[in-house]
Every structure is written in C-alpha cells, then in structure tokens.
Design a protein around this ligand. Sequence first.
Ligand code: AGP
Length: 599
Amino acid sequence: MCGIIGYVGKRNTSKLLIDGLKKLEYRGYDSAGICILNNNNLTTIKRKGKIKDLEVVEGISKIKGNIGIAHTRWATHGEPSQINAHPHTDSKGEIALVHNGIIENYHSLKELLIQDGYIFTSETDSEILVHLIKKFYMDDLETAVKNALSYVEGTFGIAVLHKNENRIVVARRGSPLIIGIGENEMIFASDAIPIMDYTKRVIYLNDDEMAILSANDFKICKIDGEIVDSEIHEIKWSIDQIEKKGYKHFMLKEIFEQPEAMENVLRGRIKEGKIKLTIDFDVSKLERIVITACGTSWHSALLGKFFIEKHVNIPVEIDYASEYRYRQTIVKDNDLFVVISQSGETADTLAALRKAKADGAKSIGLINVVGSTIAREVDSGIYLHAGPEIGVASTKAFLCQVTALILLGLYIKQEKGEKLDQEILKELFNVPEKIKKCLNLSKEISEIAKNYTHSRNFLYLGRNNNFPVALEGALKLKEISYIHAEGYPAAEMKHGPIALIDEEMPVVFIATNSAILDKVISNMEETRARKGVLITITDNGNEAINRLSDKIISVPRTHEDLSPLINVIPLQLLAYHIADLKDLNVDRPRNLAKSVTVE
Ligand code: AGP
C-alpha cells in the first residue's frame, strides 16, 4: 500500500529518498515521486511505474537540497499515472504534499475549492489536501495544516512542505507514520524499515497527532494544538534481518526461516509444563472468544477456532474484520476479543478492534510488528516474533499466528484451572525440526510444480483443522501465481465444486493422519473418479493414498491437532515454485499490498 518517506538534515536528500522508496517497494505500489526543497524552490519529480523509472529521470540525483518528501502510490482514486502520483502541489508550486489514506468527503471539499478558484489536475482525493492547506496558509505551515485537517473526514498520513519553511509538517489519522530521531537529522516514514539505516530511535505518531520536524528539533502535538510528550522507542530489528541473504526471493527466505520463527514464538512461553503469557487481565471466566482478522490472518483465526473449541471448550466465533466493523455485533461481559495481524496496521482489523473496544470488549492482539498501531491499541498482546516479513505473501507470520493461538488457548485452559495436555506441549517443541524436514522437500516440490505452471485452476481440499490449511494453500497460489484456486472442506466438494473436476483440474488434498482420514480418502476416490489430478500431502504410506495420487508429498507426522503447522509448508513451497517457474514477481505480486491500510 502507499508508502511515505521524508527527511530533513544534512545528507544528499534525493539519494536518501530514492533509497528509502526502494525499501518501501515491498508494500506494493504503481507510481512514485519525490519533492525536494532548496533555496525557496520545490522540485517535484514523479513517474508511473517502478522506482527504477523514477531513478533514471535525468537530473534527479543532482537535485540539491537537504529537506524532502517522497511517496509510493497504490491507486485508490484515479488510475495509476504520472499526474495522479504524489507529491501533489498547488498551482503555484509553493506547497507539496504526500498522502496515505482516503479522504472520504473529498467530493464536497473539491466542489468548494473549485468555487474558490482552485484548479485540480489529478483525479485523486489527496490533491484536495494541498489546495486546502494553501487556502489556509498565512506564513505558517503548521497552522495551515491544522486548519485544513479540521475539515477533513477519512484517514490520512501526510507530509507537507512549503517553499519558504525549512521544516516538514506531518500528521496522522488511521495511516501509520514513524519518526526517526537522528543526530541533527529527522527521517520519517510509513514503516520502520527505511528509517533503520539512519537511526533506531523512533516515535510512533498516534492518531490525530502531528509533528513539526526540522534538522535539530521536533515538536509533537495534537492536531487540535495540545502538546504531546511522546515516548522515544528503540527499534529492535537489525538491517540484516531484512536482507535476502542469498535467497532468490524474500518469500523463499521467509519460508525457510520458519523453524527459527516458531522457536522464537515459543521461547520462554512454555516452562515446566505451564504456559507463561503476559495477559493483563483475568481470562478464567471467559464464556466466548471472538477473533477477527483479514486474509491469511483470518485463516489462522479459523485454525484457532478448531484448536480452542476442541481443547478449551469455549465457543469461538471468527469474523472477517471488514464485516465485523459494519455489522450489528454483540459484546458480552465474559467475551474476549482477539485480533490477529502481521502488520498491525490493517485498516479493517484496526476498525474492528476499535469498535469492539468501544462496545466494552477486552482485547488481545496477536501481532508481528512491534509498536504498530494495533499492537499499541489492544489491552494485551502476544507478539509473534516472526521477524520482518517482506514478501507480500505471508508465510512465517501465519505459522507464528497459529502457534500463538495454540499458546493462547492453552493459557486460557490453564487459567480456568484445567490440566494441560503435556503431549501437545512436548510436541510443539518437535515441530520446528519437522518443518526443517519439509523444507528439504523444496527441490522435489519444484519438480512437481513444473507440471502445473500452465494450469488455470486449482482446488485445495482438507477436512477439520486442515480445511483452513486448504484455504491458505489456495490463497498463496492465487496471490503469487495468478492461478485461480479455491480451498474447500473436502466433503463440501460434492455440493458444487465437483462440477469443475476434470483431467485439467489439479486437486491438492491434505490427507495426513487424523480420526477422519478414511473420509478424506473417500473424497479422493470421488475426485479420481472424475479424472481429477491429485497432489496429496500425507504422512501416511496408505495403499489407497498411493493408488489415488498422481503426486505425493510426504511430510513428517506430528500430533493431529498440530498438523496444520506442518502441512502448510509444502503448500507454501508449491505456490512459490509455480510462481517462480512462471517468472513472476513473487515478492511483489500485482495489485497486492503488504500492509492494507485503506478499507
Ligand atoms: C497474505 O498472504 C496476504 N497478503 C493478506 O491476505 C494478509 O494476510 C492480510 O492483508 C492481513 O494482513 P495483516 O496480517 O497484516 O493484518
């Protein structure tokens, strides 16, 4: 999704901004631009396409100036084009602005501004902001921004320059902004990654706050004026965690990091047969758990439901955050509201959390990005410790989410005074080794993948707790290979999707040991009878599985209730290799964004 970076200090700003934009590329974008202030003059350059298209614009690296803002745009209002790209400027080129988010009342504001004689050049909602600020500008950018924002409905992370002021004004409502405090320099961005090269001391701007940044000084205040005393945090990640380290893609690196990621999420959280979590309130009397999330995180929520209902005997409802936020929902006294998010910035998930909290819910967040908005707004949390996830297709965060949900479920059981299943606790520590064995199948899976690069459709089928794994396998494939794929509970197939099966349809079955493996095998028989092509993930050398499958991927056996943690790995690898063989941009698939900060 859109990215912002800005700088004020002593360095070569155009190079710094371009480098920063490259670090934001993983978020997904379709155009980019920079604006640099020098000698009371703003130079703005923007292009449709990739940062490399911007980087080669003649003269861009020679622009002088030590203060500037830059942006990667992911189109919402208006097509991807040079004109719609940011920064936007007023017609005299005195003010420049970059914006993440959506201005909801932009139609009415635009009409008023046009009546006042302002001339619009783009189709974006963002452009109204620059004209609105211009309208209020009377020699003080801070005041003009404050006044303009008081008319705005919607979400924004903005950064604004005025040609006559050696400072940058930034503000946020619903769209993250992080300010890095350096030695005689300030660098800010929509996530921490481009900041880390320069400083690890950061301030996370809260909603309705703004910052006024100059090289040696900063001021944080509310948009309504009140001064805020913000805490300075230390970023704990290191730069080498966000390098590819010899892997062809970040996604592959992140798939291979999963054994370690799982060890990290478990570390210190199981001791002497007990679960140790820092949850700031009593969970012993819970009567219901509601989990909301989006995409892959929603799939882990569904897995959490299977595990918690079976082991903790508490009803669990799950909801897409985008639905929860707009439907009539009920919060009761003994409910727990859980949000799951890798980025901690997903707009729908954040809105669902705020709604539940406003209705009185106690909340827990399972979040990867430390200091993200959701992480800061939940009542209590479990950090995933997956490390930075750069590939747009989530892999290691999913594994850590599922592990964290298992820990949360067992913790609640323990707090209710019930005995924990020690076999599961023990086996959790064996899973990382078993994941390593799955990773050793990468070559074999890439050979299998060669048969399916021209497939147009895929079905993924699993039952019980491997149904969410089927959903996740299908999502991975469609995200990065652009092959249409659907996940279903295997037995549901006969109620419709079976009509799709013929000799052109690869069907991935998850057929690992379980109380209902025989039922899964019956579903495999039904598929085979319709000439479907079966790719089977199994830990079982069963004669029927061997006979029915065209391709078999053998995985190590684990406890039935933990099997999703193993079974998802070959599905990630299958999606990865198919997309890579198709020579697609695995880490930055088309139309997708790593962090979906608009609704
Ligand atoms: C997963 O591969 C996705 N790209 C996407 O579905 C993602 O899981 C979803 O947007 C939620 O993101 P979050 O976990 O950062 O909230």
